[in-house]
Write a protein that binds this ligand. Structure first.
Ligand SMILES: C[S@@+](CC[C@H](N)C(=O)[O-])C[C@H]1O[C@@H](n2cnc3c(N)ncnc32)[C@H](O)[C@@H]1O
Length: 258
């Protein structure tokens, strides 16, 4: 039987997910909409022009919540990180879960350039390069740039800006190798591109505890990224055989076994 407290925490987290994703009063765009043009319009309206603090579909928040609950309940040691945070919503949720569980010895790491996506190499990553130069990416999405002050304001608005949150500002290739992170229980990679994903895996996976989770937001985003290839390359080169589990058509994760 769940206690009144557990029930209240779960009600709070449900409300928080809806607030962060702006789904209190409107539906989220359908990620699997076969009509790509309609999906793009809905995406722009809901996330880019709208006030959502995260562009994750609710299913990915459910997955993040389940992974966090598991590592907290089974006491898997380590901090939480998201690499690629945009307006900060998923990391705000990570911090809120620590608060809901009364955990004060874990840190949430918030890693981003806070200037948007880096330009991919045109020769090595032609599909990403083309997407990066496209009108919608440059003029509408603005390469998903969100400044650090805006992200901090979002943390503050939700009452989550405190000493358990640490910001890593800069390109992953520069910030992650030197980051003073000892151990991770959750690594959520959402940097879209091949190199952004590989930088996260190369620099963080060895710090992930057994029983912790590697969540790859863009694993199935094959139309405009090589994220899947980065993950497949890394897993093959490092002999990682834990099964990749699908969250939705774009996002997958695995639990580190040993
Ligand atoms: C799709 S958005 C992240 C969405 C976010 N997780 C959410 O909850 O809405 C991608 C983010 O990754 C960041 N990014 C991508 N590659 C990066 C890199 N190599 N170094 C630093 N930031 C990067 C961008 O600045 C952007 O904020």
């Amino acid at each position: 039987m769940t206690s009144n407290f557990d029930n209240a925490a779960s009600l709070y987290l449900d409300l928080l997910k809806k607030s962060l994703t702006m789904t209190l009063y409107s539906d989220e765009p359908d990620t699997d909409d076969k009509n790509q043009g309609r999906f793009l319009q809905d995406f722009i309206q809901h996330y880019i022009k709208g006030a959502a603090v995260s562009m994750l579909p609710l299913a990915r928040f459910e997955n993040l919540q389940a992974c966090i609950a598991d590592v907290l309940e089974t006491k898997v040691p380590g901090d939480f990180i998201e690499t690629g945070v945009w307006r900060g919503g998923a990391t705000i949720f990570m911090r809120a879960m620590l608060k809901a569980y009364g955990i004060n010895d874990r840190t949430v790491w918030v890693a981003d350039s806070f200037e948007g996506l880096p330009e991919p190499d045109a020769e090595k990553f032609p599909v990403e390069f083309k997407a990066h130069q496209s009108a919608v990416m440059t003029k509408v999405h603005k390469h998903f740039a969100s400044g650090i002050d805006e992200v901090k304001l979002n943390f503050q608005a939700y009452g989550m800006l405190d000493e358990q949150v640490k910001f890593l500002k800069g390109w992953f290739k520069d910030t992650l190798p030197a980051a003073p992170i000892e151990r991770l229980a959750i690594m959520r990679l959402d940097g879209d591109y091949y190199e952004s994903t590989m930088d996260g895996l190369k620099n963080l996976y060895s710090k992930l505890s057994v029983g912790g989770y590697a969540i790859i937001d863009d694993y199935g985003e094959d139309m405009w990224t090589y994220c899947r290839k980065a993950v497949d390359d890394f897993r093959r080169e490092n002999g990682i055989t834990e099964p990749l589990i699908t969250v939705d058509s774009k996002c997958s994760y695995w639990k580190k076994a040993g």
